[in-house]
Design a protein around this ligand. Structure first.
Ligand code: BDP
Length: 690
């Protein structure tokens, strides 16, 4: 196997299960539009693969075991009086029932897309060997906009992409629609993703030209039956670049007119176009501040153009400015919080999960809970820019669960980030995609799990990482507990391992220049202070860490008082954030009784040991999973082991040059001296954004 089939492998079930399932899936009944056809087709495909036959297709129930697909209005379903109303447009219900005295399973939704989601859930029951007797399942998404953000350039280069080129083969579109687009849509629909932003946040206005919109339209047509809307990134200066205007000032009537006309043109081609995603006045992108306008003024102008078409505007809060000497942690809050309540109803402010930038571990972003009158959506990074690209095994479920379950204390105790997301007048979650042209889609077998988990968390931000890992492992690798057991354990420990060998105890952003792959804690010579790792760790002879308490930058003051009190107190802050918020002496005693210096070394070693434990756990799975995928994972784990050692050694060599302390007994010295690590160059690492 190559991994191309993702979690939709539909491998034959064991004989003892086959007969049980087959009795309950004798026939498929479905009538409706294209999405219903897709749903019925997927069901047949799954049954063919897993049970080995094509079920009978009839419009009436002819015997026991029919699976009846339909909406609330379908003639077979309406008389059943199912409680569908509260499930919304995308929810579904799966229920064992009787029609005309025959035993059936009904998969119903208010709209056809709900039925498709229900079919994927039904197939998952078989994929994970659950009983199909006496089913009574209902489910509905808790967030409305569940989108992938592709950082894909028009030349197919993927910024921070480690899985090959962009899967959008623009050159051949619209003439040729690669079958991969359909498989992409299937995979996304199977986990409830209902939107895709096709283009990079560092946007190119060209995609808004008519000849490009024709290509976008072709993709939208492939995705539509799967309930997936397309969105584009809008380059704020497009009225100048494409429209020949002298300004992109959002308050200039000509500019507003240009956008309105452009949006109308898009909707003529794509009537269900989702809307725009905008990165403005961030890392060199144009935006309203260029004209001394606020983010709200910029966003609202675009939102007004989209509103008549029910389009959504996603406006990113990822801002920090070279001219601003303030702590980077604070800048987004400082700029956006005062704008609470000033955005139009169809604007979602898109906030990264952490305060700075997709690090292996960060405290939650202080904007969550702080803008109660503004819908906020959370952005996470599925592609592992800061967690070892596609080669390191790191399951991100625990990271996202940690962020979503963080308590903002706004307005009071129990106001988790997940609840803040759910409470908005508009709701959503975005994941920066890790998808590319590689045969396995994500650059590694295990990174598929992160795509999968993103869909599950966007559907239900209250979800838990471990059951998601279990589902994914069973569908992707097989149901043998001797396989899923070790795989789930590896996954659940993997992210903490990365934190330990890269940035333990609340450190962050210590990557070497440009590529963000290897360690570079010594780097101090880049133009902007906050581009340098030394800005983040602030190690000196006395100690290490960033004082963000009241004696420092007071970033803690941006959180609710309860949170600020905890983060701001060295004794109460969760140790995992110690150095994020505090500058701590090297001989400070940590909770385990070590000195901080010793604790740091212990953690680095623990991270490396955890990778070795993953290698040991993977070894006995040879022969229990297919050889090709097994070997790929084995090789990647070996790379990860080497590079975890590189991170550990380079970090210790550098910090020791500052702390001037000996390593604790039993912990090996770095293999080389500091200059050796400093000399390592990786100028051709993928994904640099060039
Ligand atoms: C940073 C990435 C950069 C992105 C930026 C963003 O290094 O490539 O453009 O995030 O989110 O982490 O806009």
């Amino acid at each position: 196997e190559t991994g191309y089939d993702l979690w939709l492998r539909y491998q034959p079930v064991e004989a003892q299960w086959r007969d049980r399932y087959a009795a309950l899936v004798t026939q498929v009944t479905a009538a409706g539009g294209t999405t219903m056809l897709v749903a019925a087709g997927e069901l047949r495909r799954g049954v063919a693969g897993m049970l080995g036959y094509d079920p009978v297709r009839r419009e009436t129930v002819i015997g026991d075991g029919a699976v009846v697909l339909g909406t609330a209005q379908s003639p077979l379903i309406a008389p059943l009086g199912l409680p569908l109303a509260k499930l919304g447009r995308e929810g579904y219900l799966i229920r064992s029932a009787a029609i005309g005295g025959k035993r059936v399973t009904v998969i119903a939704g208010n709209a056809e897309i709900g039925v498709l989601y229900g079919v994927f859930r039904f197939l998952k029951l078989i994929q994970t060997r659950q009983s199909l007797d006496d089913l009574d399942i209902s489910d509905a998404p808790r967030l409305a906009v569940r989108v992938l953000n592709h950082w894909d350039n028009l030349d197919r280069y993927v910024e921070r992409g480690y899985a090959g080129q962009s899967i959008w083969d623009w050159q051949k579109l619209p003439g040729h629609k690669d079958s991969r687009y359909t498989d992409y849509a299937r995979a996304n629909a199977s986990i409830g993703i209902n939107g895709t932003v096709l283009t990079n946040v560092n946007a190119n206005a060209d995609v808004l030209r008519p000849e490009w919109l024709a290509r976008v339209k072709a993709l939208a047509e492939v995705f539509r039956p799967y309930g997936i809307k397309v969105y584009l990134t809008a380059r704020f200066s497009a009225p100048i670049e494409l429209g020949g205007l002298k300004t992109a000032d959002p308050l200039d009537p000509q500019v507003a007119r240009w956008w309105k006309d452009k949006v109308d043109e898009i909707y003529r081609a794509i009537p269900d176009f989702g809307g725009f995603l905008v990165k403005a006045n961030s890392e060199g992108q144009p935006g309203p501040s260029d004209y001394k306008r606020t983010h709200a003024e910029g966003a609202n102008m675009l939102a007004d153009a989209l509103a008549p078409h029910k389009g959504v505007l996603m406006w990113r809060a990822f801002v920090y400015a070279a001219e601003n000497p303030d702590d980077r942690h604070k800048q987004a809050y400082t700029e956006f919080q005062p704008l609470d309540g000033k955005f139009r109803d169809n604007v979602l402010v898109q906030v990264k999960n952490g305060a700075i930038d997709f690090q292996p571990r960060e405290p939650f972003h202080p904007l969550f809970g702080a803008m109660p009158k503004t819908p906020l959506m959370m952005e996470v990074q599925i592609t592992k820019e800061y967690l070892g690209f596609a080669t390191h095994l790191a399951y991100l479920g625990p990271l996202w669960e940690e962020a979503l379950q963080a308590d903002t204390f706004r307005p009071g105790k129990g106001s988790t980030v997940a609840k803040v997301l759910e409470s908005g007048a508009a709701t959503g979650m975005a994941g920066v995609a890790n998808i590319g042209s590689d045969v396995n889609w994500s650059g590694s077998q295990f990174d598929q799990a992160n795509w999968y988990a993103f869909g599950r968390f966007a559907w239900d931000p209250q979800a838990k990482a471990e059951p998601i890992a279990r589902d994914w492992a069973a569908m992707t690798w097989g149901n043998d507990p001797a396989v899923t057991g070790p795989i789930v354990r590896m996954m659940m420990e993997s992210r903490e391992a990365v934190v330990d060998y890269m940035t333990p105890l609340g450190l962050g952003h210590l990557m070497a220049t440009g590529h963000h792959y290897g360690p570079g804690p010594w780097i101090a010579d880049l133009a902007r202070p906050e581009w340098n790792p030394v800005y983040y760790h602030k190690a000196d002879a006395r100690g290490i860490g960033f004082d963000r308490t009241a004696t420092g930058t007071n970033a803690v003051g941006q959180y609710a008082p309860e949170v600020a009190a905890r983060f701001g107190d060295r004794k109460r802050v969760p140790e995992q954030f110690l150095l994020w918020f505090h500058h701590v002496p090297w001989d400070y005693r940590t909770r385990s009784g070590w000195t901080l210096w010793d604790e740091l070394i212990v953690r680095y070693d623990r991270g490396v040991a955890a990778v070795e434990a993953m290698q040991a756990a993977w070894k006995p799975l040879a022969g229990k999973v297919d050889a090709r995928r097994w070997e790929e994972v084995r090789d990647f784990l070996a790379i990860q082991r080497d590079e975890a050692g590189w991170w550990r050694d380079a970090s210790i060599a550098y910090f020791q040059s500052v702390s001037k302390r000996p390593l604790p007994a039993g912990h090996a010295a770095p293999a080389h001296d500091l200059d050796w690590y400093k000399a390592i160059r990786t100028p051709y690492a993928p994904g640099n954004g060039k």
